[in-house]
Design a protein around this ligand. Structure first.
Ligand code: SF4
Ligand code: SF4
Length: 447
């Protein structure tokens, strides 16, 4: 554990522990609390967790991680736990227990949810782990580098603290590349286009490290003749790391950047680029955080590309992607977000040979980069170790190309590529679609 976090643990007071407990109980709905007494210790969840598959220790069993939370709930909020703690396995929240919580819910969990769907009685593990993360936040025990990512979003409107000028220059530069690639001097990446049908949002990593990814999405929009725009001010970054710190007020402030940009620009559809947690945050959690339904649809660019192909708005030639391609399923997009088929329909058309991993879809294994793990440097070695399942899945397909519709996953898969010497290329789905496009003439492409 880092020096900062250890110092914070050492300085915990009775007041901060009480605050943590209060937040924990306040945010736990009764139906969720009921599950804290439900584990029958069958152990069936063990092999569903990539941490346990990579390192089969007791600490990595999901049910064991849950035990720490259950013990505290019983001690503080049940009669038997107060009267006979030893009898029911109740333990009070103290410094050691807080340390165990940090290790279990931040250090050994990516909130992937695979244990839940394989649990004998369907205990919603991520929900309960989130309640614990939220309580740790109230005690100042969120790992500082994860919190720094959230703070960047709150201060700068994007998680990498990219200044507006740099963002605008990057977009203009990518637009020039798009024009060169398409041969169409009128191909645009519109910024702040008032009344555009779609507001497109991206992961800041595209601006910093993966400009080809944004260029590919722009090329697809160009080919489809879409009426779209990016925002130049806050509202272009789709990420929301407060989903992982579980601070709902901060999550609400971050997602409000997107709804404000929709209002400011008068757009009809909010389009989320390829990002698992960004989709989960905007589509499902956003209305909950802001306590109101959004007056516009939120769609993934994967759904949009699927619609374009279906409607004949774009045409692809799979022979342009002739080699076997496998598809990674980001947990927040597929298991939590419900987007599993659009990307498959798209890839079946855009590549010659789609080879599925086993298992895939909602039963996919987490790559290890979710839940904010990529932002918590202290757990790097565990994260890479826990990614072994995903590495083995990829290797078993024989594919040398991995489509990964999430930039967080792409980062983790890139590290796994080196760690496990997979020798694969990793691309977004839009990059593969852009490569397969049978492009219209510039005149045909104008909206
Ligand atoms: S949510 Fe995922 S990472 Fe966390 S304990 Fe369950 S299977 Fe393991
Ligand atoms: S599968 Fe469910 S009931 Fe069984 S040990 Fe795991 S959490 Fe408990």
């Amino acid at each position: 554990m880092s020096v900062e976090l250890e110092a914070q643990l050492e300085s915990l007071t009775e007041e901060s522990l009480a605050k943590g407990l209060e937040v924990f109980r306040h945010h736990l709905k009764d139906a969720e609390a009921g599950f804290l007494n439900a584990c029958v210790r069958c152990g069936l969840c063990a092999d569903s967790c990539h941490y346990h598959r990579a390192e089969p220790t007791l600490e990595n069993v999901p049910g064991r991680k849950l035990d720490h939370i259950t013990a505290v709930f019983k001690a503080h909020f049940t009669t038997m736990g107060r009267l006979a703690p030893g009898l029911v396995g109740a333990k009070r929240l103290d410094r050691d227990m807080a340390r165990a919580w940090v290790d279990a819910v931040f250090g050994r969990c990516s909130l992937c949810g695979r244990c839940s769907i394989n649990c004998t009685i369907g205990i919603p593990m991520p929900t309960l782990f989130r309640a614990a993360r939220r309580a740790l936040g109230a005690m100042g025990l969120v790992p500082e580098d994860l919190q720094a990512t959230v703070d960047n979003s709150l201060r700068h409107g994007n998680n990498m603290a990219i200044e507006r000028e740099e963002w605008v220059e990057t977009v203009e530069w990518i637009e020039e590349e798009l024009q060169a690639e398409t041969g169409d001097p009128l191909a645009r990446i519109p910024l702040d286009k008032q009344g555009a049908r779609c507001l497109f949002t991206v992961n800041p990593r595209e601006a910093k490290f993966f400009p080809l990814s944004l260029q590919a999405s722009a090329k697809v929009f160009w080919a489809a003749g879409e009426d779209w725009t990016l925002a130049s001010d806050a509202g272009w970054d789709l990420t929301n790391y407060a989903l992982f710190t579980c601070e709902d007020d901060q999550a609400a402030a971050i997602v409000k950047n997107l709804t404000d940009a929709m209002t400011r620009l008068g757009c009809e559809v909010l389009v989320i680029g390829e990002c698992g947690h960004g989709y989960q945050s905007a589509r499902w959690m956003g209305p909950e955080w802001l306590k109101r339904a959004f007056p516009f649809p939120v769609v993934s660019i994967l759904e949009l590309m699927d619609q374009y192909l279906d409607a004949g708005r774009i045409e692809v030639d799979p022979t342009k992607n002739p080699h076997p391609v496998t598809l990674h399923d980001p947990c927040n997009l597929v298991r939590h977000g419900g987007i599993s088929e659009p990307q498959r329909r798209v890839l079946r058309r855009a590549v010659a040979n789609l080879v599925e991993m086993a298992p895939h879809g909602v039963e996919n294994y987490c790559c290890g980069g979710g839940g904010g793990q990529l932002a918590m440097s202290r757990y790097r070695n565990r994260r890479l170790k826990a990614g072994r399942m995903k590495a083995e899945q990829i290797r078993a397909t024989g594919a040398k190309m991995v489509a990964a519709p999430c930039h967080n996953c792409i980062d983790q898969l890139g590290e796994l590529n080196k760690e496990y010497q997979l020798k694969v290329h990793i691309k977004t789905v839009a990059e593969l679609v852009a490569a397969a496009l049978v492009t219209p003439t510039p005149a045909e492409a104008q909206p």
